[in-house]
Design a protein around this ligand. Structure first.
Ligand code: ADP
Length: 175
C-alpha cells in the first residue's frame, strides 16, 4: 500500500532545492577589467534578473588570493594563477536570485574558454568565457562552484557584510 501511494504521489519538482535568495560570488578577473568587460558582465547578470547585493574594485594581495584558491594549492598552475589574479584589480560582486550558483556557472561557460560556445549573432549572448576568451589562464571571470564555496568566498571578499535592500523588480521576475 505504501509503495502504491508513493508511486502515485506527484513528483516533487526540482525547484524545491532552489532558493530565490541563493547568493553567488562573481569576480571579473584582472584581464576582464583591463579589457573593459566589467559593464558587459554586470549587464548580463542584471538582465537575467539577478539582484546585485555587493560590488567593489579590489587589487588583491597574493595572500588573499591564495585563500580564495586554497583548493587548488597543489596544482602546477597555482603560482601563475596567483600571479595573474594579483596582476591588477578585480571586480568582486555578490549576485542573488533563483539557483544563482548553477546559473552563474552556466553564464560563465567552461573553465577552458575554447570549449564554450560563443553567441551566434553579435547581438546574442553566448557564455562570458565563450564570447570573450581563448586561454584557460586568461578566462575573464570567476563564479562560485557550489553554495558552500559561495558562502565562503562572500565571507572572504566581503567581511564588512552585504547591503540589504528590496529589489523592486523581483515581483516581475519570480512567480
Ligand atoms: P573555474 O574557475 O572554472 O571554477 P577551477 O576552479 O578549476 O576553474 O580553476 C580556477 C582557475 O584556475 C580557472 O578559472 C583558471 O583561471 C585557472 N586554471 C584552471 N585550470 C588551469 C590550467 N590547466 N592552466 C592554467 N590555469 C588554469
Amino acid at each position: 500500500l505504501h509503495l502504491f501511494i508513493f508511486f502515485h504521489l506527484p513528483h516533487p519538482t526540482p525547484t524545491f532545492a532552489m532558493s530565490v535568495d541563493e547568493r553567488t560570488y562573481i569576480m571579473v578577473k584582472p584581464d576582464g577589467v583591463q579589457r573593459g568587460l566589467v559593464g558587459n558582465i554586470i549587464g548580463r547578470f542584471e538582465q537575467r534578473g539577478f539582484k546585485l547585493i555587493a560590488l567593489k574594485l579590489v587589487h588583491a594581495t597574493p595572500e588573499h588570493l591564495e585563500k580564495h584558491y586554497a583548493d587548488l594549492k597543489g596544482k602546477a598552475f597555482f603560482p601563475s594563477l596567483i600571479q595573474y589574479m594579483a596582476s591588477g584589480p578585480v571586480v568582486a560582486m555578490v549576485w542573488q536570485g533563483l539557483d544563482a550558483v548553477k546559473t552563474g556557472r552556466a553564464m560563465l561557460g567552461t573553465t577552458n574558454p575554447l570549449q564554450s560556445s560563443p553567441g551566434q549573432y553579435s547581438f546574442a549572448y553566448g557564455t562570458i568565457r565563450g564570447d570573450f576568451a581563448l586561454a584557460v589562464g586568461r578566462n575573464i571571470c570567476h563564479g562560485s562552484d557550489s553554495v558552500e564555496s559561495a558562502e565562503k568566498e562572500i565571507g572572504l571578499w566581503f567581511p564588512e557584510g552585504i547591503v540589504q535592500y528590496t529589489h523592486d523588480q523581483a515581483k516581475w521576475i519570480f512567480e
